[in-house]
Each structure stands twice: as structure tokens, then as C-alpha cells.
Design a binder for this molecule. Structure first.
Ligand SMILES: Cc1cc2nc3c(=O)[nH]c(=O)nc-3n(C[C@H](O)[C@H](O)[C@H](O)COP(=O)(O)OP(=O)(O)OC[C@H]3O[C@@H](n4cnc5c(N)ncnc54)[C@H](O)[C@@H]3O)c2cc1C
Length: 400
């Protein structure tokens, strides 16, 4: 049985961000990751010899200068020099199978008449629909804003807590307002995985967690046992709930109420000469088989363009997805030479999430069991690393 100061299950940005803070404090950290790669939702697919240096984001794609905790981690990893500007290209909508501008879809009179409500509206305790629909008008909400919010979270966003979707945060004025990295955002999780003091084992799903005699022990899918004085779960909530069922059933009960929504992503690369869709940051779909398509036009490449289509789950098989993509960009399916497929998942958060988090935190108090992920403060990358930082701080204070 190997011994570490802390074991972290899950090598997405939440787990690796936590690993960073622990390693900085001199702890020996072991990260166990189920998949064969680290990064989780950070997935910058690099096409290698197939398409030179071209990469396409299959998951997270944009960071902002308000992501101050993430920027602090990037500074620590020495990768701030890889920050790259995102070109200003507009988001567009796909309405009636035509790619059009967002303003062209808005009812401006309704917007104008509703807008004054912005000055008095309060987000607290309201869902996205309850808060935004009166502010933009019901018709505008249904036709434009609801599809746009759904595109942000790749699922129906109407029931999300309004105050968890977009948070106001302080900005780092010395950093570009919105940015990516040369090579894609995965450069961040790649650097964290390679950091001194952080051992990462991939292909090792944590299957059981036990607590006794002041230590945690975990067993991975291949039957190996590991033990440590502290344990962090940085997996999706339902996985954490399953792992805590035996030793921490009260926490497991709370987490089991958080649903997970699957996203079926198809990344497609085109020869720039073979497609002529207008430059865009992304495409918002309305009542379609996909929620959005995120574009590489924000980081232009001389030979290639690319789109990552985020499809609704279980609707279309691979061939049907290719056909739908070809229809959207007005090309032939055979021109989609380079296609990559990925499944990911995001939690479905509901009003009352804050109370649930408070209940979880009150049960974690005084324990060397840490929980982090995108279901505490929100889905954004900064929400994940902020949660990881606060869990690290709680552990540090506990250890004295
Ligand atoms: C398509 C998409 C686009 C997005 N775009 C943006 C964006 O532009 N900007 C932004 O701020 N946010 C964005 N987000 C949200 C953000 O990327 C995620 O919320 C965040 O990366 C989640 O990180 P995480 O570490 O909490 O979870 P994950 O990235 O899901 O990582 C969890 C990890 O746990 C592993 N795991 C699961 N079970 C086990 C087990 N039993 N044992 C060990 N490991 C296990 C998984 O394999 C995974 O690697 C986007 C998300 C998606 C899906």
C-alpha cells in the first residue's frame, strides 16, 4: 500500500487545481484519473501530422481576465506567456437552417419596453427563465436568449440558478479580457499534470473509498489500494455520491440529488478553401439536434477552420451527425475529413443549489475529506478552481 499526504480522484481542472495548491504547500499528492488522459472537460484535440499544428477545443474554450484564481495557477506554472488573444468575431444563430446575426432575430421593440426592469431586477432565488424572460421579453427569451443560455451549458438552462450562470468577478487588468493559449486550454491541465510533487496515474478509476483509523483508503479498478490522511473527490457529483455511499452516507444522499447531462461533441476540421460559412465565434442552434457549435475562427489558421458541435445526447448516430453538420455548413459529408467524437458531461444545477452546497459543507466541516468540482459555485473554470482553493484552505487550517 503506497502512502501519500492526499489522494485526489479526478484529473479535470478541479482536481488538478487542488493538486497544485496542495503541492505548493509541500504535500505529496497522488491524482487518480479514470480516463487515459488528464484534463476532463479541457480537451484541445491536436491533429498532429493530419493537420499540422491545428487544434480544436472539444470542451472548454474561453478564459477571461476575471478568472483570477486560474491566472494565479497559470503564473505558478510559468505558462502565462502562452496566452493568446481571441479574435473578435460574432456569435451567430442558426434559424430556419440559415446562419444569421443575433440582432436580426431580436424583437427590438419588446427588448426596449422590457429593458428598464434591469434596474430593479434581483437574481437571488430565481431561475434563469424567471430572471431573464421579463427583462428581455417573453418572445425574445424564447427565440434568442433561451437558445443562447442553453448553448452556454449544453443543456436546457431555463431552470439553472440565475446567479450561478454568470458571476461578477474582479478583473486582472494586465491580462487580455478573453483569451486562450497557444495549443489550446489543455496546455493548462497538461502543465499541472507534469508538475513536481503531483503524481498522476491515468486509467485508474477510483472504485471504492473507505475511512478508518484516521486514514482514507481507496481501491482502483485494477484492484490496487492507496491510502492517505486526506482524500479529495473531484469527480462528477453522481460518481462522488457513489464513492461516499458506505463511509459518508449523509454526504452521498445530498450529492445524489445532482443530475448529470451528457454532451455528444463532434469536432470537425475543414480545408478553408472548401467551406464558406461566415466568420464566427460560435453558432447558437434553435430547436435543433445540437445546442451550439464552437468555432476556431477566434484563433484563425491559414489552412484550416474548425467547429465543435455539441449535440444533444442519444438523438443521432455518428453518420447522422456528420450529415447534419454538412447541412449546416453547406458542404458535403465527405468534406468533413477530420472528425473527432467525444462524450462529456456537465451537472444540471437548479435553484436551491446554494442551500445544498451549504448542507454538504456543514457535513464536511472538521473532516479531511474534500469535495470539489463544477457543482459548487458554478460551471465556469474559475468556479472550479475557486472551490478547489477554498477546500485546500479548509484542509490547511485543519492540519494547523
Ligand atoms: C463543451 C464544454 C464547453 C465549456 N466551455 C467552457 C468555457 O469556455 N469556459 C469556462 O469557464 N467553462 C467552460 N466549460 C465548463 C468547464 O470546462 C467545466 O465545468 C470544468 O472544466 C469541469 O472541471 P472538473 O474538473 O470539475 O470536471 P471534469 O472536467 O469533468 O473532470 C472530472 C474528471 O474526473 C474523472 N473521473 C470520473 N470518475 C472517476 C473515478 N471514479 N475515478 C477517477 N477519476 C474519475 C473524469 O474522467 C474527469 O477527468 C465547458 C464545459 C463543456 C463540457
Amino acid at each position: 500500500m503506497e502512502k501519500y499526504d492526499i489522494i485526489i480522484a479526478g484529473a479535470g481542472i478541479s482536481g488538478l487545481g487542488l493538486a497544485y495548491f496542495c503541492a505548493e504547500a509541500g504535500m505529496e499528492v497522488l491524482v487518480l484519473e479514470e480516463s487515459e488522459r488528464t484534463g476532463g472537460c479541457f480537451h484541445s484535440n491536436r491533429f498532429g501530422k493530419d493537420a499540422g499544428d491545428f487544434w480544436l477545443e472539444l470542451g472548454a474554450h474561453t478564459c477571461y481576465n476575471s478568472y483570477t484564481t486560474l491566472i494565479r495557477i497559470m503564473e505558478g506554472c510559468g505558462i502565462l506567456d502562452r496566452v493568446r488573444k481571441r479574435e473578435k468575431v460574432p456569435f451567430r444563430m442558426l434559424a430556419d437552417d440559415r446562419i444569421c446575426s443575433i440582432p436580426s432575430q431580436l424583437d427590438l421593440l419588446e427588448l426596449l419596453l422590457s429593458a428598464p426592469r434591469f434596474f430593479t431586477a434581483k437574481k437571488g432565488g430565481k431561475s434563469v427563465e424567471e430572471y431573464y424572460a421579463p427583462l428581455v421579453g417573453r418572445r425574445n427569451f424564447k427565440k434568442v436568449f433561451s437558445p443562447a443560455f442553453n448553448a452556454v451549458v449544453s443543456q436546457d438552462a431555463g431552470g439553472f440558478p440565475a446567479d450561478m450562470l454568470f458571476r461578477k468577478r474582479a478583473r486582472r487588468k494586465d491580462i487580455l479580457k478573453s483569451f486562450t493559449l497557444e495549443g489550446g486550454l489543455q496546455v493548462i491541465t497538461d502543465s499541472l499534470s507534469a508538475r513536481k510533487g503531483i503524481s498522476v496515474l491515468t486509467g485508474r478509476a477510483v472504485r471504492t473509498v473507505a475511512y478508518g483509523q484516521d486514514r482514507f483508503s481507496v481501491v482502483t479498478g485494477d484492484g490496487t489500494s492507496f491510502s492517505a490522511a486526506s482524500l479529495a473527490l473531484a469527480t462528477p457529483a453522481p460518481v462522488a455520491a457513489g464513492l461516499l455511499r458506505v463511509s459518508f452516507p449523509d454526504v452521498a444522499d445530498l450529492l445524489s440529488g445532482i443530475a448529470l447531462k451528457t454532451i455528444e461533441t463532434v469536432g470537425v476540421v475543414f480545408d478553408t478553401k472548401k467551406v464558406s460559412y461566415p466568420p464566427m465565434a460560435g453558432l447558437i442552434a434553435v430547436d435543433d439536434s445540437f445546442f451550439s457549435a464552437v468555432s476556431r475562427d477566434t484563433v484563425p489558421h491559414p489552412r484550416y477552420r474548425g467547429l465543435s458541435f455539441h449535440f444533444k445526447p442519444e438523438l443521432l448516430d455518428e453518420a447522422a451527425k456528420r450529415r447534419r453538420i454538412a447541412e449546416v455548413v453547406k458542404t458535403e459529408p465527405e468534406h468533413l475529413e477530420k472528425c473527432v467524437f467525444r462524450r462529456s458531461a456537465l451537472p444540471s444545477l437548479a435553484v436551491g443549489q446554494q442551500r445544498l452546497v451549504e448542507a454538504v459543507d456543514s457535513r464536511l466541516a472538521g473532516k479531511r475529506l474534500l469535495l470539489t468540482g463544477n457543482y459548487f459555485l458554478g460551471l465556469a473554470i474559475e468556479d472550479c478552481v475557486s472551490r478547489s482553493l477554498s477546500e485546500f484552505t479548509r484542509l490547511r487550517d485543519l492540519l494547523g
